[in-house]
Design a protein around this ligand. Structure first.
Ligand code: SRM
Ligand code: SF4
Length: 572
């Protein structure tokens, strides 16, 4: 039953409702060449198609001065469940980035890939080419279930392969059913009558005509590696593995990172584990969680509409009861599991399947060609000979997966030829930054373009302190939305204003504890000097095997984070 106690709906709800299942006037807008933009209502709808209107913010001042329209371009995000691509798909995306984008491929923190800077007149062509590569962008963004993540390499073990299959099934089951995507981008026959009503054979059985109140994210984790950061998402399934076989999945709900500075009723929140289900029940559980959020989520305030707020408003017990009522059966008792880490382990690993998998560190997920690091060219060369898969990791890195013993020397030679090495400090290998400027319209400060400098400065300390090979998780975002999951990092750096950041410390290395605010307002150039003495103290005083995040808590540098969301706002 819809929650009638809630106040009036947001304008976005009305746009969705009137959109004829996500069509709006997108098709007409694409034909209008008098502007590089699309109309405001359509910008809300295009997100469901994986497409964001952006502009190059670096160019704003000059274009304003010249009274020119903003330098509009579109970000296009592929939906790639489990992050898995064939070599042919890699090459197709590589070409689209060159022909229509800004010449870079951007691996995301959710195992997807983005193009930036596609101008309106190239948009439809680009989407068609994506489609020809047997990929799509539908539901990569918008108020629906987004790209489903699964622990990075499907071939490392049988459990990974199962998790990947499940990710595909959940993704497919929760995909929107509208034909709008085909109508607008692929030019299929019209399936609506033009009067604002979709034809009767078209329906959204799970979502309904207004879809979800807000984005929804599902992940599948395979312990002992919590690479997907399972507690950061609306819905998580953690594989329970016994004697090498998956016996089922713990279910967790209500995670989320986003918050707004100065608004204490918005907060990052860790998901709660509410029970256990079998592999056969996973899709059903996912569907029912989604439908509760569809019916109970707050449609009056988008800042308060995620599942985490629904759960806090209604209560976890009430939520679980409702879930079990909709399922028609009770969840089992949650089983024990252990995570050891969040990030990726760069380099070669041999999987249970006997094949080799190379995890390549990609700085902030940006694949481009620079004189030092011609990765885009190198990976295209590898794709030309690679017979296995590429797997985008949840940490913006790339697995060159399923390499046979015979082909390994050839891949190695190409990695060497293009200088694609992983010879970096543990700090760098565990660093992640969101896109931020110049494309992200929400960015308050730099992230992708700044974090490498901060890491470089800290690396001097790390080297001096003898910690070069120690993993320390550092993440930066250009605003508090949390796209690089900074609230789970041992060192989190969150943009507040131009060149100004909040610094948070004390997240756990296994992704089970939020960090705490250490300093509220730090100038960009002061971040490294602020953190360096803490790293020195860690090198000097840590206990055997102690992680940086645990050390700063034990040493009283930040109070023990309880995981309570509002802790973020507490003074240090
Ligand atoms: Fe994100 C919005 C980029 C993962 C929380 N995110 C955006 C937008 C689309 C900006 C906008 O709304 O105009 C960014 C586009 C920037 C650009 O120029 O490309 C953007 N988010 C990203 C990516 C590309 C960051 C990256 O560097 O990899 C990630 C793409 C993921 C994907 O492939 O689907 C990305 N975003 C995340 C994550 C991490 C995750 O899901 O694991 C989060 C935190 C988890 C969560 O959802 O709570 C995240 N993004 C947000 C939010 C805050 C949502 C909230 O509940 O408050 C926004 C803003 C919004 O939705 O209004 C946002
Ligand atoms: Fe943009 Fe903020 Fe997300 Fe960074 S965290 S990509 S600045 S929305």
């Amino acid at each position: 039953m819809p929650d009638t106690s809630l106040p009036p709906r947001t304008p976005t709800e009305i746009i969705k409702e009137n959109s004829r299942l996500l069509r709006g006037t997108l098709a007409e807008g694409l034909r209008d060449v008098s502007t590089g933009a699309i109309v405001e209502d359509d910008t809300q709808l295009s997100k469901f198609h994986g497409i964001y209107l952006q502009d190059d913010r670096d160019q704003r001042p000059e274009r304003r001065r010249k009274r020119m329209e903003k330098a509009y371009g579109f970000m296009v995000r592929m939906r790639i469940p489990g992050g898995r691509l064939t070599s042919a798909q890699w090459l197709a995306l590589d070409r689209i980035a060159d022909d229509f984008g800004n010449g870079t491929l951007r691996l995301t923190t959710r195992q997807a890939m983005q193009f930036h800077g596609i101008i309106k007149t190239n948009l439809r062509r680009s989407i068609r080419l994506v489609n020809e590569a047997i990929l799509d962008t539908l539901a990569a963004c918008g108020d629906v279930n987004r790209n489903v993540m699964s622990s990075a390499n499907p071939a490392f073990s049988r459990a990974h392969a199962e998790a990947y299959d499940l990710a595909l099934r959940v993704s497919s089951h929760l995909s929107p059913r509208t034909r709008a995507y085909h109508d607008v981008w692929l030019g299929d026959k019209k399936v609506h009558d033009g009067e604002g009503v979709a034809t009767i054979d078209e329906d959204e059985p799970i979502y309904g005509r207004t879809y979800l109140p807000r984005k929804f994210k599902t992940v599948i984790a395979v312990p002992p590696v919590n690479d997907v950061d399972v507690f950061a998402h609306d819905l998580g399934f953690t594989a329970i593995v016994r004697k090498g076989a998956v016996v089922g999945y713990n279910v967790s709900v209500g995670g989320g990172m986003g918050m707004t500075h100065g608004e204490p009723d918005t907060y990052p929140r860790l998901a709660d584990v509410i029970g256990f289900c079998t592999a056969e029940q996973v899709v059903d559980v996912a569907e029912k969680v989604v439908t509760i959020q569809r019916d109970w989520g707050d449609r009056s305030d988008r800042k308060h509409a995620r599942l985490k707020y629904t759960i806090d408003r209604r209560g976890l017990d009430v939520f679980k009861k409702e879930l079990e009522a909709r399922l028609g059966y009770a969840l089992g008792r949650a089983r024990s599991f252990r995570f050891e880490r969040t990030g990726d382990r760069p380099g070669w690993t041999r999987g249970e399947d006997g094949a080799w998998h190379y995890v390549l560190y990609v700085e902030n997920g940006r694949i481009k060609n620079t004189p030092d690091w011609p990765a885009k060219r190198g990976l295209a060369e590898i794709a030309r000979v690679h017979e296995g898969r590429f797997v985008i990791t949840p940490n913006q890195n790339l697995v060159i997966g399923e390499v046979s013993e015979e082909r390994k020397p050839e891949i190695d030679a190409l990695l060497n030829r293009f200088g694609l090495s992983n010879d970096f400090s543990g700090l760098r290998l565990n660093a992640m930054a969101c896109v931020a400027l110049p494309t992200c319209g929400q960015a308050l400060a730099e992230a992708e373009r700044l974090l490498p400098d901060v890491v470089r400065s800290l690396e001097e300390t790390v080297e001096r302190a003898g910690l070069r090979d120690d993993d320390i998780v550092i993440r930066m975002t250009g605003c508090p939305n949390g796209c690089a999951r900074p609230y789970l990092a041992e060192i989190g750096i969150v943009g507040k204003a131009a060149e100004t950041y909040a610094v948070l410390l004390g997240g756990s290395f296994d992704g089970r504890r939020l960090n705490r605010l250490y300093r509220d307002s730090v100038a960009a150039h002061e971040i490294a000097p602020l953190v360096a003495p803490l790293i020195e103290a860690y090198a000097r005083d840590r206990e055997n095997g102690e992680r940086f995040g645990d050390f700063v808590v034990r040493a009283g540098i930040v109070p023990l984070p309880t995981g309570a969301a509002t802790e973020f706002h507490a003074p240090p």
